[in-house]
Design a protein around this ligand. Sequence first.
Ligand SMILES: O=C(O)c1ccccc1NCC(=O)[C@H](O)[C@H](O)COP(=O)(O)O
Length: 210
Amino acid sequence: MPVNAKICGLSTPDTLDAAIGHGASHVGFVFFPPSPRDVAFEQAAGLAARVPEGVRRVGVFVDPEDALVAEAVRVARLDAIQLHRTAPARVAALRRPGVESWAAIAVKTRADLDAARGFVGAADRILYDAKTPEGAALPGGMGLRFDWALLVGFAHPLPWALSGGLDAGNVREAIRRTGATLVDVSSGVERAPGVKDVDKIAAFLQAAHA
Ligand SMILES: O=C(O)c1ccccc1NCC(=O)[C@H](O)[C@H](O)COP(=O)(O)O
């Protein structure tokens, strides 16, 4: 089964072009001001314009207002919205025709996976991500990973993707152990928080596709 990869938190043309050039299936733009990866609407519009047909633009949000999602979808021509810390009813309310909805689930223990079932009918995909510490400013993008063994034997209620602490050195093993067909990375392709590295992007995508 071919593996697709999303490079998340892109904010510059050169790193976006590297992700696209090395075969990312999805590129992610973060719309969350506390994040070092946050992009303004104008910046997102410029980046989105560089994305060719066939590569999907994903907007990342944290329990957003309707207006933020509507404007981001419009200016960045988003194909999908990825919602963190967003309850199933809100995910359902934010659903828009022609735009996939992804619900991020913060995972630390097996019990955390049960939340996935609550998104059936509300989301199109579950993103399993590592739970960040209590009080952390960000619900993702912190380079933390969870125990992949938790996913083994789990009956996924929806299409899904694997995230959290992936990098070029561990993504193959993560794919082998979980059976993921879509993987997502942010910090693992950065040289500092919010600063993507074209060589790390290339290495990650090469490893994911190997
Ligand atoms: O990346 C962020 O800054 C961010 C901010 C707010 C909500 C979500 C965020 N990232 C979500 C992602 O999709 C990341 O790729 C995912 O959490 C994995 O991050 P990492 O462990 O750093 O690879």
